[in-house]
Ligand binder design. Structure first.
Ligand code: SAM
Length: 221
């Protein structure tokens, strides 16, 4: 699984992708993350990638040209989708993450400023994606959201027994998430309250534990 991220702020990803399971997955060759500086695809003197919008209005708009050249050069797998991040896009969810986990390459375009020339949406991107009903400053956090949620579904990425994890957790296009408890069994507060772990989870009875998790869990899709 190859993730290609097009951004004007490549360094934003440095610390995030150099830690935790994502880093391990990259080291093991399970995923590949490539960060592309959009300015490298500018043909203008100062590496400009934005301009004033036609029709007026405040702010700048990211140009179609550099994005066109970047996607053309980066795209090198058949099973590939090019995704543009915009708050006007289709809502991202677990179902989409599952769909993406079946690809070989995802190219992500991170917008900035007042957005991206609409021709990127209509002519270049296969999909426009929103991660929620709010407006962010840029598409870099949405790109991290996609990398993390899709990587989690790539066999071998989460934990030692990832195959078992996926078998147990993936239900259709969704994923079951249930309450978890860890040590101590009973947590005693300073006010004298006792916060207990449900008895069934301490029983070692796998069938009953599975039933409890199903009952108390939620399918996220
Ligand atoms: N007017 C722009 C539009 O309608 O797409 C939004 C501009 S926003 C200030 C700057 C960039 O942040 C967008 O181009 C997009 O890449 C990203 N962005 C902001 N909110 C987002 C959201 N909820 N989901 C995905 N991307 C978002």
């Amino acid at each position: 699984m190859k993730f290609d991220i097009i951004t004007i702020f490549p360094e934003i990803f440095d610390s995030y992708f150099s830690e935790s399971l994502i880093k391990k997955a990259e080291d093991k060759g399970l995923i590949e993350i490539n960060i592309h500086d959009l300015r490298d695809y500018s043909i203008e003197k100062w590496g400009d990638v934005d301009g004033k919008p036609y029709g007026g209005g405040r702010g700048m708009v990211m140009k179609v040209g550099p994005i066109y050249r970047a996607v053309k050069e980066i795209k090198n797998e058949k099973k590939c989708k090019t995704v543009l991040f915009t708050p006007r896009g289709e809502k991202y969810n677990q179902k989409k993450a599952t769909e993406y986990s079946d690809l070989d390459q995802i190219i992500m375009i991170c917008g900035r400023y007042e957005g991206v020339d609409e021709r990127v949406k209509t002519q270049i991107a296969d999909q426009s994606i929103s991660i929620g009903d709010y407006v962010l400053i840029g598409g870099e956090i949405p790109a991290m959201v996609v990398v993390e949620s899709v990587s989690r579904l790539v066999p071998g990425v989460v934990g030692i027994d990832n195959e078992g994890f996926l078998e147990e957790r993936v239900i259709g296009d969704g994923m079951i998430e249930y309450p978890q408890y860890g040590r101590p069994e009973i947590f005693k507060t300073d006010e004298g309250e006792k916060w207990e772990t449900p008895e069934v989870l301490l029983s070692g009875h796998h069938k009953k534990i599975k039933e409890w998790r199903k009952e108390h869990g939620e399918i996220i899709n």
